[in-house]
Design a protein around this ligand. Structure first.
Ligand code: UDP
Length: 270
């Protein structure tokens, strides 16, 4: 494979990006819920060429015991990149970056969960990056949040996430790998859509105050769009599992509307 070269420009004279997207356009995104039979919950995301699987087990007994939290469940996230997920073989041992991203993901998801309902237990979230093309921490949050819903973990909301960045002094949402590498900065963020509470906000590179405010506004818009895709993916999974009987199916559809109306799941807090 030829070594990657820096592109001449990240935004062309027509204002479009390397893959033809507008600055405020996210990558083509596919979400699928419940794809792993053995996990309590699972989801897959393809966000452009970033492909990720998330599996949830629990709530279950926590080992090692010294990690036990008496007032809530421990949300243990493990983000890993497959050795073949990037052209330069990723070493299989967990890197510092992977450990840091695991913690960031856990912190982004935790405010949306009612972990206090399961004191002393653990909810394990395993995230495997199959193919990395930028934005893996945000795509991981998108998939992990769906996998947690699929596992029936009580939650206030799904958590959508996206990175907003900058190239040629223009703000761009959902950076691809080249934009991440050769652009002028990167702001990954995650939100609880109904309240617009921000549960993750990091920044790489420098942004003027006005740019930061605009980047957050663009990020919230993209997150709200991703949230719609997340809800649709959950609905598709529920519909597939609905009972075959017509009457029961109607009842099931009604329940689903209630569940996915104002909030994402039945356990919504008000
Ligand atoms: N990357 C890589 N090898 C690694 C780690 C990362 O090639 O060991 C690439 C990968 O495509 C990733 C990108 O660098 O998506 C940016 O990584 P960053 O740490 O900014 O996280 P991300 O943007 O994926 O959340």
């Amino acid at each position: 494979m030829s070594p990657e070269t820096k592109p001449d420009f990240l935004i062309n004279p027509e204002g479009l990006r390397l893959d033809g997207r507008r600055p405020d356009e996210i990558r083509p995104t596919e979400l699928e819920v419940g794809i792993l039979k053995k996990a309590d919950g699972s989801a897959m995301i393809k966000q452009g060429n970033t492909h990720i699987l998330a599996a949830v087990y629990g709530p279950r007994e926590l080992h090692p015991r010294h990690l036990t939290l008496n007032d809530r469940a421990y949300l243990r996230c493990e983000y890993r990149m497959a050795t073949f997920s990037v052209p330069d073989r990723k070493r299989p041992a967990p890197s510092r970056r992977e450990r840091e991203i695991s913690m960031v993901i856990s912190n982004a998801l935790e405010p949306a969960l009612f972990l206090e309902e399961f004191p002393k237990a653990v909810v394990d979230v395993y995230i495997q990056v199959i193919q990395a093309d930028g934005g893996t921490r945000c795509a991981s949050i998108n998939a992990a949040s769906l996998a947690l819903a699929d596992a029936g973990i009580p939650m206030r909301s799904l958590v959508p996430a996206v990175a907003v960045g900058k190239a040629d002094d223009k703000l761009l949402v959902d950076l691809g790998d080249m934009e991440d590498k050769y652009g002028g900065g990167d702001i990954p963020m995650a939100i609880i859509p109904r309240t617009e509470e921000i549960t993750l906000l990091q920044q790489d590179g420098s942004f003027k105050k006005e740019e930061l405010i605009e980047a957050i506004r663009m990020g919230i818009n993209s997150c709200k769009y991703l949230h719609e895709l997340q809800k649709e993916a959950l609905k598709r999974a529920y519909a597939k599992r609905a009972p075959a009987e017509d009457d029961e199916e109607d009842e099931y559809e009604d329940d689903l509307e209630t569940d996915l109306g104002e909030s994402d799941l039945p356990e919504e807090e008000d």
